[in-house]
Design a protein around this ligand. Structure first.
Ligand SMILES: [Zn+2]
Length: 142
């Protein structure tokens, strides 16, 4: 699932956890990068906000196994949704174009050019895909 992780990493890069947290729970945020933890009934800010994740120093560590939360946990918590939905919504939010199914091997669409004839009629189209391994993939469509 290298492909998936690629997208997930890209989303996290584009949408810092701390910024998104401020947007989701503006009233929870206190000074010094600390916030009231939405994952437990927090009264004294115990969630420290980082760029890539949040860490709960309060009751969360005694309950659920996970006490480090990332962007996807945050979105799922805020909108009460599942991982698939969170991934789709965050992908769109980050402005990343997901490849339609069946085109995975080509990577992400990076550019599109339409060539015109002298009279202005399109005669062929070139598309470029960026693959996760950094390779570029060109294709001419007539
Ligand atoms: Zn907590």
């Amino acid at each position: 699932m290298v492909k998936n992780n690629g997208i997930i990493e890209e989303i996290k890069e584009k949408l810092p956890f701390d910024d998104y947290f401020r947007e989701c729970y503006p009233d929870n945020v206190h000074r010094n990068g600390m916030a009231l933890c939405p994952w437990h009934n927090d009264t004294n800010p115990s969630l420290s906000l980082k760029k890539t994740h949040g860490v709960c120093h309060g009751s969360c560590k005694n309950g659920p196994k996970v006490r480090s939360y990332d962007l996807f946990h945050l979105h799922q918590k805020r909108y009460d949704t599942d991982f698939r939905t969170a991934k789709r919504e965050l992908t769109a939010r980050a402005g990343i174009t997901e490849q339609p199914k069946g085109k995975e091997s080509q990577g992400r669409l990076a550019g599109e050019w339409v060539y015109l004839t002298a009279s202005g009629e399109p005669y062929h189209k070139a598309v470029r895909y960026n693959q996760d391994d950094g390779k570029k993939y060109f294709k001419l469509l007539r």
